[in-house]
Ligand binder design. Structure first.
Ligand SMILES: Cc1cc2nc3c(=O)[nH]c(=O)nc-3n(C[C@H](O)[C@H](O)[C@H](O)COP(=O)(O)O)c2cc1C
Length: 266
């Protein structure tokens, strides 16, 4: 009768050294494949990001057509760089490749926002920001401004399009955020974004009055023209949106530029 208490003799390929060698080689090969694919796909990811940004600018400008080429449609948009402190256009820098978020991090091209002025909770901003202009036969039709700021869990990135008066909202777009789906995540819901249309940014004293309120706007109130319905169960994200709008359309942001284009019209 065979002795079942004895283990079978170990075959050469079962040795611990070989098992480890196979495991390590497999992980090395897999990590090389993953990192090669990641590096190879990076330019494609960057190109897609740029395309998505253009699509959102076109959506804000009311120029987006689903079956038309985004780059071709984007030829209607003029990109300029603005010195936020003066509101003047910046010459000599390629606005098409300028990265406002990278510029914010560089001490030469970015500034620290004083705490008491940092409504959007972004700490730093670039000295210069891109603006996107759309003209028609009568002159400037839309000014599309990039905005960003902190919601509850994440930085929200978007565009606000204003009409030639530099005060009436044509559209609001939020294209990137990390808020909770169904709660703060509703910030990119087109139905909610549509509620921004025709709202006013500045009151008669030139102060930013536009705000997201808690609940539903009372349409009979004189304030209604400056107010947008809040996001249900997401008061913090809603407040974040109010704050980022107030920062970017205020004196620290695009207010000097908008004042300048208003003055040029009159
Ligand atoms: C899992 C979870 C996710 C939440 N996500 C968000 C969010 O994305 N944005 C937000 O403002 N509030 C979010 N909240 C709710 C906030 O914690 C807070 O209660 C809310 O902003 C208060 O708004 P309300 O007065 O409209 O309820 C979340 C709560 C929970 C439990």
């Amino acid at each position: 009768m065979p002795d079942e208490t004895k283990t079978a003799p170990r075959r050469a390929n079962d040795s611990m050294g070989k098992v480890l060698l196979v495991a390590v080689s497999l992980s090395v090969v897999c990590s090389i494949i993953v990192s090669t694919v990641a590096v190879a796909l990076r330019p494609l990811q960057e190109a897609n990001k740029t395309l998505e940004r253009k699509r959102n600018i076109l959506l804000a400008a009311g120029l987006y057509r689903e079956d038309e080429d985004i780059d071709l449609l984007f030829e209607q948009v003029e990109i300029r760089l603005v010195d936020l402190a003066t509101g003047e256009y910046v010459e000599g820098v390629d606005a098409t490749t300028y990265d406002q978020y990278r510029a914010a991090k560089d001490p030469d091209t970015g500034v620290v926002i004083p705490r008491d002025k940092d409504l959007a909770k972004i700490r730093r901003r670039a000295k210069d920001a891109p603006v996107y202009l759309v003209r028609d036969s009568t002159g400037l039709r839309s000014v599309i401004l990039p905005v960003h700021g902190y919601g509850l869990y994440s930085t929200l990135y978007g565009f606000i399009a204003l009409s030639r008066d530099g005060n009436t909202v044509q559209a609001m777009r939020v294209y990137e955020h990390g808020e909770t789906p169904g709660l703060g995540g509703e910030v990119d819901n087109p139905d909610w974004l549509d509620k921004w249309q025709n709202k006013l940014v500045y009151d008669t004293d030139g102060q930013v009055r536009l705000a997201v309120v808690k609940g539903v706007v009372d349409s009979d109130s004189p304030e209604a023209r400056y107010q947008v319905d809040g996001l249900g169960g997401a008061t913090m994200t809603s407040r974040g949106v109010t704050n980022l709008v107030r920062y970017w359309l205020g004196e620290e942001g695009f207010a000097p530029f908008l004042a300048r284009i208003r003055a040029e019209r009159s």
